[in-house]
Design a protein around this ligand. Structure first.
Ligand code: FES
Length: 339
């Protein structure tokens, strides 16, 4: 007769569970909350490392990791996950909305208390009276970070439900609720060389990871590739200067590049030779993230990415805006809702 109960060890804590439980449910049975968000295989927040044992990954395996909300126990097992800040809801107000370039805004939100997040994670922002959207908090491009201020880079899509209202119905002083942080594509402080790639506002989490790695691990090899459909979308000139001053190579690409300061290849075509030692973080358009995932897999490299997806209300808009918006359930990077 097959066993119906088993023991799962999570970060060293032994918990009795049922065969067939998801890893998240098994954890909850022992009052241990594995970090999670969507519980439907979309956000990657619940990715855990399998150290040993019998687990059906249900198609979610990436190297030695699986999604805790989908993978189920088939017997005794041991798993672990990296500690992340506790998910909290924090109230704030819009402090400023600055046009960085064309349709790209820097939105600053002053919060009543500090919001803790890891470089690469995302927050769910609800501007009062509007539906929630996920954005990656980031380091200001000119590095003038302030305590209790969260910074987002947001691309404005005409007629979108939220982004098109910024600077209009949503102005300075507007109330915002922030919930999080979520996401699994956050910086791990290993020594391995790191490749950071982005398209569009996927640069927000990539930039915060670059700053954190460069400042926190000065000896670590870091390379950045930032792309946009056209040069108009390369809104990160201040960041480029800062990275270059710290000897962090950054390559810019756009279809209308000049092949001097801005190349014309697509970002994934510039990934260069990679080894199983490399750690890759990618964010932005689904096609870009999937291309990088394939390249990482072929090299045996470690790959981190959370999904971008399109809010229901903006599906029509997404069809128009095409590849720069993020689609539902594609197991990849930096979760930010378009619109
Ligand atoms: S909680 Fe598992 S993928 Fe979102």
């Amino acid at each position: 007769m097959s066993k119906s109960t088993c023991t799962v060890t999570i970060n060293g804590q032994k918990i009795k569970a049922n065969v067939g439980d998801t890893l998240i449910d098994a954890g909850l049975g022992g009052r241990l909350v594995i970090p999670h968000d969507c519980c439907s295989g979309q956000c990657e927040t619940c990715r855990v490392r399998v150290l040993s044992g019998e687990i059906d990954d249900l198609g979610t395996r990436e190297k030695d990791t699986v999604l805790g909300c989908l993978a189920v126990l088939e017997g005794d097992a041991e798993i672990s996950y990296d500690p992340v800040p506790i998910v909290k809801t924090t109230k704030g107000t819009v402090e400023s909305i600055r046009r960085i370039k064309d349709d790209y805004l820097e939105v600053r939100i002053r919060t009543g208390r500090p919001v803790t997040w890891l470089a690469g994670q995302y927050l769910r922002a609800t501007f009062a009276g509007f539906p929630p959207r996920d954005y990656s908090p980031t380091t200001p491009l000119n590095l003038d970070a302030e305590q209790d201020v969260i910074v987002f880079h947001i691309k404005v899509y005409p007629d979108s439900v939220v982004s098109s209202k910024l600077g209009k119905e949503i102005g300075v002083g507007h109330s915002v609720k922030l919930r999080g942080p979520f996401g699994n594509a956050f910086l791990r402080r290993q020594p391995q060389p790191i490749l950071l790639t982005s398209t569009g506002t996927g640069f927000a989490p990539i930039w915060s990871i670059a700053v954190a790695a460069s400042m926190g691990q000065p000896g670590r090899e870091i390379r950045v590739i930032a792309g946009a459909r056209t040069r108009e979308g390369l809104y990160m000139r201040d960041a480029v200067r800062w990275l270059q001053a710290r000897n962090v190579p950054i390559t810019l690409t756009a279809s209308d590049g000049d092949n001097d300061t801005v190349l014309t290849e697509r970002p994934h075509e510039l990934a260069g030779p990679l080894t199983s030692d490399h750690v890759i973080y990618s964010a932005g358009a689904p096609a870009h993230v999937e291309a990088m995932r394939t390249i990482a897999r072929a090299a045996g490299a470690t790959f981190h990415a959370d999904p971008f997806y399109v809010a229901e209300e903006d599906k029509g808009l997404a069809a128009l805006a095409g590849s720069l918006l993020r689609k539902a359930r594609a197991p990849f990077s930096s979760a930010t809702t378009a619109g």
